[in-house]
Ligand binder design. Structure first.
Ligand code: PEP
Ligand code: MG
Length: 579
């Protein structure tokens, strides 16, 4: 009997279409050696474990040598985190002690220690530690694999040519390796569009649907899969009609891609001729180069955290100055918005800053709160930014603002630092606009007052949605609750836009919705003229804008305010797509 065609649904983590055969990977189970270890065998068993650690370290080192380009930055952070676990005595010494004192075989000792640490991670329910637990599992699997091979060369992973990986989750580094051998797409039962794996998949342009709950129960090794990650749809064992339809979609996508490649990048305009600024969000300097190539009008959000991660000492003022100056010079006269440090919560990934372990880091000492509590770090960053301001148009943006006082305090510090920098004979631009991110509900509610103290506002919709809706942006279990089409979120956006308009302050949106064409009509209706997004989203949003009339969208905006639920909002938004 042949197994029937099945359709599955999930969330969109990296857009794209793929057709391939399934490569099914179940979560690694550790086969523990249970036979007793005689005393005479202890030294050898310890040696065996240490050999496996050495192999795992060497594998990580060779992995970081092999990846290059923009992807390397995303990955090296994760590889470093894994290397740190391998070097952590709390992990390794305890396994050795278990072998010596309890006479456990290496695999049994490894599993015992892994279970203990995992239990400790599970007891504290916060996203940062959950992510560390994933890291722990990835590292344990690597050491376990080395033990199981017993010193033999790692089996070369069979090529993933033409395959779509189906699994619970996959470590970002493994995904990059598989992509090198021709993987076409990824379907995960867990994970989230905000995970590191999703970021890497987007960088690799690898279609990825996550949260596809029953994928492992339904898909068998070798099954043909159609992955439509533009819509989060998967057809398992498709029939001929599916395959024909899919090939048509693929051809159309390819035609659009070629057409785009031929089109000269022009200014973004609506159908009725309103000029819209399209800026980019940059996590690192490589994105700045991509932004220039993609014709961005500026950098709407330069996330400066990259300078503070994966290292043991804080970056010096000079090093920061060079990084900011290079970005400003590369943008050749287009404005660069430098966001001050936003470490904390899910961004507290390794580095020289001793971030306290907080019970609830998303509500903790992050963003501007951290900067105001660590003046020396903050003022060094401000001085570096002020020095860079002499090289081109630049703005300073404060993350996680929740009160007027924070903006006032930051402005006073900027003035102090300006005096210092000028006294040290460094030129500083006369005008450096200071902006506040509106990403905390309190800031949204008092945005009229914040607008009087700030020169511009930038809505961080990723965080604003998670705080308004009480839904962790990284947690797949509440993905349905994290819904920008919730009337509460929309009404709050409305308020912030209105306040910015009345205070005559420029306003941008730099969360993920700004780069998703689905939300383009809605944001345009609210009066948005400045969008900031990943460079890969620029072409889609530019194209969408060209089909829309701002005048008729604005006329429909009040209806958004009164929509009672998601369904009503979705209906208005779809009708807007043809306005
Ligand atoms: C946001 O919260 O929407 C934002 C742009 O900032 P980040 O994603 O860096 O928190
Ligand atoms: Mg944010």
């Amino acid at each position: 009997m042949t197994t029937p065609r099945t359709e599955l649904e999930g969330s969109i983590a990296a857009k794209g279409l793929a057709l391939g055969s399934a490569r099914v990977v179940y979560s690694a189970k550790i086969d523990v050696e249970t036979e007793p270890l005689p005393s005479a065998g202890i030294p050898n068993e310890v040696k065996r474990f240490e050999g496996a650690l050495k192999t795992a370290r060497a594998e990580l080192a060779s992995l970081s040598e092999r990846v290059s380009g923009a992807l390397a930055r995303d990955l090296s952070e994760i590889i470093d985190a894994h290397a740190m676990i391998l070097d952590d005595p709390e992990f390794t010494d305890t396994v050795v002690a278990l072998i010596r004192k309890e006479q456990l075989r290496a695999t049994a000792a490894l599993k015992r220690q892994r279970d203990l640490l995992a239990e400790a991670f599970d007891a504290i329910d916060d996203p940062y530690l959950r992510a560390r637990r994933d890291d722990l599992d990835h590292v344990v699997s690597r050491v376990y694999a080395a033990l199981a091979r017993g010193g033999a060369e790692p089996e070369r992973k069979p090529s993933a040519e033409g395959q779509i990986l189906v699994c619970d989750t996959v470590a970002p580094a493994e995904l990059a390796q598989l992509a090198e051998t021709g993987l076409r797409g990824l379907v995960c039962t867990a994970s989230s569009p905000y995970s590191h794996t999703a970021i890497v998949a987007r960088g690799l342009r690898l279609p990825f649907a996550c949260g596809v709950k029953h994928a492992l129960a339904v898909v068998h090794e070798g099954d043909i899969i159609l992955l439509d990650a533009d819509h989060g749809r998967i057809v398992v064992r498709p029939d001929n009609i599916d395959q024909t339809r899919f090939r048509t979609l693929q051809k159309e996508a390819e035609r659009l891609r070629r057409q785009r490649a031929r089109v000269k990048v022009t200014d973004a305009r609506t159908r009725d001729g309103v000029s819209i600024k399209l800026h980019v969000n940059a996590e690192n300097p490589d994105v700045i180069a991509a932004a220039r190539r993609a014709g961005a009008d500026g950098v709407g959000l330069f996330r400066t955290e990259f300078l503070f991660m994966k290292r043991r000492e804080l970056p010096s003022e000079d090093e920061q100055f060079r990084a900011y100056r290079d970005a400003i010079v590369a943008m050749a006269g287009r404005p660069v918005t430098l966001r001050t440090l936003d470490l904390g919560a899910d961004k507290a990934i390794g580095g020289p800053l001793e971030m306290a372990l907080e019970e609830n880091p998303a509500l903790g000492l992050r963003g501007i709160r951290h900067s105001l509590a660590h003046r020396d770090i903050f003022t060094a960053q401000l001085r570096a930014m002020l020095r860079a301001s002499a090289y081109g148009p630049m703005r300073i943006l404060l993350p996680m603002v929740s009160s007027v006082e924070e903006v006032r305090e930051a402005r006073a510090l900027i003035e102090l630092c300006s005096d210092e920098v000028r006294r040290a004979r460094h030129p500083v631009a006369d005008e450096i606009p200071l902006g506040a991110m509106i990403e905390v509900p309190a800031a949204a509610l008092v945005s009229a007052d914040i607008a009087r103290h700030a020169d511009f506002l930038a809505i961080g919709s990723n965080d604003l949605a998670q705080y308004v809706l009480a839904a962790d942006r990284n947690n797949a279990a509440v993905a349905a609750n994290y819904d920008p089409l919730h009337p509460a979120f929309l009404r709050l956006l409305f308020l912030v836009f209105d306040n910015a308009r009345q205070a005559k302050r420029p306003i941008s949106v730099c969360g993920e919705i700004a780069g998703d064409p689905y939300y383009t009509p809605l944001l345009l209706a609210l009066g948005l003229c400045e969008f900031s997004m990943h460079p890969s989203a620029l072409a889609d949003v530019r194209e969408m804008l060209a089909t829309l009339s701002r005048k008729s969208l604005k006329a429909r905006a009040p209806r958004l305010l009164h929509a009672p639920d998601r369904a009503a909002l979705a209906e208005i938004v779809s009708s807007m797509a043809t306005a």
